[in-house]
Design a protein. Structure first.
Length: 326
């Protein structure tokens, strides 16, 4: 039977509930933090409060998308998953981000064969996460497993390094059944990513192309969806890119054109300034992660998107996309 692999164990898809399909709660360091300290997420209590509000607003699951080399914090992620056991299901990630975040000559994925990397990814899915996120020769595996594998591509092009990590994702899925989530830079290359993954043997029914709303070309979104993959609209409440009205209009258009069953939603609140309780510590206000299922959901209804469609976008589609293929 199909199942979803959370940190606290496997559950049925029906248990997954209202899902934030691409989220960040902890980032201990890494290239994003080196670039901008706003990416640092190291306040455990603030993250607990953020998830508690998500739960109180009706949220029931979160997929945390921090892979190797990008500040993945396994100890705090496991600690939080234990805290919310029976309330909010937390899914952990293995894999990689876009190639710009890694040295293409000496990094883990650069110096090992595809086959060896796949073996290491499979261990994170089937046996347990490395507490150190494969940051060196010492592996300390914990009995908590990854439920999704990530890869990423850059702006308007795909490097050889990124092709390699996407191939790793596809082959790891073939070995384990794990779903794949893909970072696209500003929404570009999503169609090409989907084509390449399928060519490598990935099952499009368990592939999610993320950040597509940052390139708000709904005809391009349709082209991606026509490959059979899912897309994720992640990031309402980001006026610096586009207002919510643009995303809502595009979602409504895609739903009207028959893609209601292939779209996921998330906040992708990967900066401290996007999270309510990190900002509260600084005496500032932010809308936080629950915005997705409060104000943004209300905006979709106001635009004429049905409750049935909203339930697909927040619940039913995630339950299928994140299920392990048999």
């Amino acid at each position: 039977m199909a199942f979803i692999r959370t940190i606290m164990g496997d559950i049925t898809p029906e248990e997954f509930g209202v899902c934030d399909a691409h989220e960040h709660l902890f980032r201990a360091g890494g290239p994003e933090v080196d670039h901008d300290k706003d990416f640092k997420l190291d306040d455990y209590e603030a993250s607990v409060k953020e998830v508690q509000e998500w739960y109180e607003c009706g949220g029931r699951s979160m997929v945390l998308m921090d892979p190797m080399g990008c500040g993945r914090n396994v100890p705090d992620t496991v600690r939080l998953a234990k805290h919310f056991k029976g309330k909010v299901h937390i899914v952990a990630t293995t894999g990689f981000q876009k190639g710009d975040f890694y040295d293409h000559r000496v990094s883990f994925a650069a110096t090992n064969t595809v086959e060896d990397i796949v073996e290491m990814m499979c261990l994170e899915v089937m046996e347990g996460l490395d507490q150190n996120s494969y940051n060196g020769p010492i592996v300390k595996r914990v009995p908590y497993k990854a439920g999704v594998i990530k890869a990423g591509t850059g702006y308007a092009n795909i490097s050889d390094y990124e092709l390699k990590t996407m191939k790793v994702a596809a082959l790891t899925q073939k070995e384990t059944g794990v779903p794949i989530s893909i970072h696209t830079q500003l929404g570009t290359m999503g169609y090409e990513d989907a084509q390449y993954l399928i060519k490598q043997g990935a099952d499009p029914e368990h592939v999610i192309i993320c950040h597509v709303q940052k390139d708000p070309d709904r005809f391009y979104h349709k082209k991606i969806l026509d490959t059979g993959v899912y897309i994720c609209y992640d990031g309402p409440d980001r006026a610096k890119y586009y207002p919510d009205s643009v995303h809502v209009d595009n979602l409504k258009w895609l739903i009207e054109h028959g893609y209601q069953k292939k779209i996921l939603l998330s906040m992708d609140a990967g900066r401290a300034s996007y999270q309510k309780y990190h900002m509260a510590k600084l005496g500032k206000e932010a809308n936080g992660i629950s915005y997705l299922i409060t104000r943004f959901t209300d905006e979709m209804r106001e635009a004429g998107i049905s409750d049935e469609a909203i339930q697909d976008l927040l619940i039913n589609n995630a339950a299928k996309a994140f299920a392990f293929k048999e």
